[in-house]
Write a protein that binds this ligand. Structure first.
Ligand SMILES: [Fe+2]
Ligand SMILES: [Fe+2]
Length: 346
C-alpha cells in the first residue's frame, strides 16, 4: 500500500521541536523573556502594569507566552516556570486587565432561558463584515498566505484549550465534548487530527508548518483571540465560558470553512490543501448541533447558574473575532500587510 505525501511526512517527522521564544515587543516582554532564559526563580517586581490586553503588542505577547508554558513550552526555557508562583502572579495581573477588556468589548451578557436559541440569535445578529466572504472571492495570494499565518497560532494546537474542560464536566455535556474532541483529534489517527490537516494545508501553501514558526510576526489582534481560549480553558471557574466559546466555534464553521476551501481552489490549490476545510464542512455540520444542544444545553441542565458564563464566552469570542476581521480587512484595504512583517513563502 503506498503512502500519501501527508502520511510520508508524518512518518519521517523528527522529534518534537519546541518553539523559540519570540523577540520582545516592549518592556514587559523584555523583562519576562530575560527571566525565562534563566533557571526558575522568583521574579522581581515587573515593569508598569499593562493597560490594554487586546491591542498592546507587548502585553498581549507576554500573556500569550505565559499561556504557552502550559502547551508546548519554549526551547531553552526551564519547564518549571509553568507553575512558578511569581510568574503566575504576573499572569494573574495580566488576566485581570484582559478580562476587563474582554467584558468591555463583549457587551452586557444576554439573558436567556433557552441557550441553544440564544446562541443562534447571537450569531444571527452579527452585523460585521465577513472575513471568509472576502477571502473566498477577493483575497490575493499574499493575503491568503497571511490568513493562514494568523490562523496557525490556534489551528496548530486546535482543540487543546477545550480539552481542559473535560475533567470539569460531567454527564451529557462531558459526553458531547468527548465526541467533538474525538473528531478534532482524528479519532486517534494522527494524519486525521485537525491540527495535522492544518499543518498539511500550510505545507501545500509553501508555509512553514512548525509549531510557533510565525509567532514573531503574528499581531496582538490575533494572539488575543488565542489568549481567550487559553484563559477560559485554564480556569475551572470559566468552564461555562469555555463551553460557550466552543459552541460559537462550531456554530460558525460550516459556511466559512466552505468559503476558505473555495479561496484555495480559486488560487489553484488541490484537494490536499483543502482537506482541512473540507473536513470541517462535514464534521462541524454535526458538531454545531452537538455543541449547542448537548454540550451547552447539557451543562446548563446540570449547572443552570452558569448560563451567563456560557453566553459571555460566546459573546467574547464573537467580539474578538470581529475585531480581528476588521484588523485584517482594514490593513488589506490600505494595501498593507496584516502581520507585523510580511512573510517569505518557500
Ligand atoms: Fe476542527
Ligand atoms: Fe468541530
Amino acid at each position: 500500500m503506498s503512502l500519501t505525501p501527508h502520511e510520508l511526512h508524518l512518518l519521517h517527522r523528527g522529534t518534537v521541536r519546541h518553539p523559540a521564544v519570540p523577540p520582545p515587543r516592549g518592556p514587559l516582554t523584555e523583562f519576562l523573556f530575560g527571566w525565562l532564559s534563566r533557571p526558575v526563580t522568583t521574579l522581581p517586581a515587573w515593569p508598569a502594569a499593562p493597560v490594554d490586553l487586546l491591542t498592546d503588542e507587548d502585553a498581549v505577547l507576554a500573556l500569550y507566552v505565559c499561556y504557552e508554558l502550559h502547551y508546548r513550552g519554549f526551547d531553552g526555557v526551564d519547564e518549571n516556570w509553568e507553575w512558578e508562583p511569581s510568574l503566575l502572579g504576573l499572569r494573574r495581573e495580566l488576566e485581570a486587565v484582559f478580562l476587563a477588556d474582554v467584558r468591555d468589548v463583549a457587551g452586557p451578557t444576554l439573558r436567556t432561558g433557552d441557550v441553544e436559541a440564544a446562541l443562534r440569535n447571537l450569531l444571527a445578529a452579527g452585523d460585521g463584515p465577513s472575513l471568509s466572504e472576502y477571502v473566498a472571492t477577493d483575497s490575493t495570494i499574499e493575503q491568503l498566505m497571511e490568513f493562514h499565518v494568523h490562523r496557525s497560532a490556534y489551528q496548530l494546537k486546535e482543540a487543546d484549550a477545550h480539552s481542559w474542560a473535560l475533567p470539569r464536566l460531567s454527564g451529557t455535556a462531558k459526553a458531547a465534548l468527548v465526541e467533538i474532541q474525538a473528531d478534532e483529534y482524528g479519532q486517534g489517527v494522527e494524519k486525521d487530527m485537525h491540527s495535522e490537516l492544518f499543518a498539511l494545508c500550510m505545507r501545500e501553501l509553501g508555509l512553514d508548518d512548525t509549531y510557533g514558526a510565525y509567532l514573531d510576526v503574528i499581531p496582538a489582534a490575533t494572539l488575543a483571540t488565542v489568549n481567550l481560549g487559553s484563559f477560559f480553558g485554564l480556569h475551572r471557574r470559566w468552564r461555562g465560558a469555555l463551553v460557550g466559546h466552543l459552541a460559537v466555534f462550531e456554530m460558525t464553521s460550516v459556511e466559512p470553512m466552505g468559503r476558505y476551501s473555495m479561496a484555495l481552489r480559486r488560487h489553484g490549490y488541490g484537494s490536499w490543501a483543502r482537506l482541512f476545510y473540507d473536513t470541517h464542512v462535514v464534521a462541524d455540520a454535526h458538531h454545531q448541533t452537538l455543541a449547542a444542544r448537548d454540550l451547552a444545553g447539557g451543562l446548563l441542565r446540570a449547572e443552570p447558574e452558569l448560563c451567563d458564563d456560557v453566553m459571555f464566552g460566546a459573546q467574547a469570542l464573537s467580539a474578538l473575532e470581529g475585531r480581528l476581521t476588521r484588523h485584517l480587512l482594514d490593513r488589506w484595504a490600505a494595501g498593507r500587510s496584516s502581520l507585523l512583517a510580511p512573510v517569505a513563502v518557500a
